[in-house]
Design a protein around this ligand. Structure first.
Ligand SMILES: N[C@@H](CCC(=O)N[C@@H](CS)C(=O)NCC(=O)O)C(=O)O
Length: 218
């Protein structure tokens, strides 16, 4: 078995995959995407011209998109932590929550971050305001859902792998207010969960690169 993960530890979507790999103690080689490793950049661009990370290569076969990588791991490299429940109804709930975090937390969070590195004349204030509003709406919906839950959809799963980096960085961009105590508590639980704590620690040296300035916490 040979698993290679192309990515960078500071990337939220890469962390989504790292959590699953660490949770199941799955051996893999990290192919760091950084200017110090031009050979990794070149191979990644050849395998996936859209140049998005993470990209998993399993015995030479490329697997794109974080969610699909986790589905792939669950089928072909399962471990004690099942990422998708066997029950079809529970599996749909997990997949729905995974979509929620990607579409309504990660996407608006990235919008705010990427806008901040544009030059003044290329900024999109209306789009950023809409993104911030979407984050607040998403926090509100999630707060009700998390009132009586430990993890986002049953046992720890794909849904929580999606949630952890999404809420981690979204809170830096648009703080989760005191009106959402269940989301704040869930984010704290995720940060204390060893596979995510490890991913966060490994990304710590890169915090200075966060375009909006990383807060002095977490
Ligand atoms: N839909 C993709 C999103 C991946 C994504 O946005 N990755 C970011 C890093 S977190 C990236 O590759 N950014 C590089 C770029 O925008 O050029 C997935 O789920 O894997």
């Amino acid at each position: 078995m040979s698993l290679q993960l192309f990515g960078h530890p500071f990337s939220s979507y890469v962390q989504k995959v790292l959590i699953a790999l660490y949770a199941n103690d799955t051996p893999f080689e990290l192919r760091l995407l950084s200017p110090d490793h031009p050979e990794n950049l070149a191979e990644h661009a050849k395998l996936w011209p859209l140049k998005r990370m993470p990209l998993l290569v399993d015995d030479g076969r490329p697997v794109m998109e974080a969610t699909i990588i986790l589905e792939h791991l669950d089928v072909f490299h399962p471990g004690p932590v099942r990422l998708i429940p066997a029950d079809p109804r529970a599996a749909l709930d997990v997949r729905m929550i995974d979509r929620f975090f990607d579409n309504y937390v990660q996407t608006p969070m990235q919008k705010v971050v990427f806008d901040s590195i544009r030059s003044e004349g290329e900024r999109d204030p209306r789009g950023v305001a809409d993104a911030r509003q979407m984050l607040d709406t998403a926090y509100g919906w999630l707060d009700q859902r998390m009132a009586k839950r430990e993890w986002a959809a049953g046992a720890f799963s794909l849904a929580d792998c999606a949630a952890a980096p999404a809420l981690f960085y979204a809170d830096w961009v648009q703080p989760i207010g005191e009106s959402c105590p269940n989301v704040r508590a869930y984010r704290r639980r995720l940060l204390a969960h060893p596979p995510f704590a490890r991913a966060v620690d490994e990304a710590r040296p890169y915090r200075a690169f966060f375009p909006l300035g990383a807060p002095d916490r977490d």
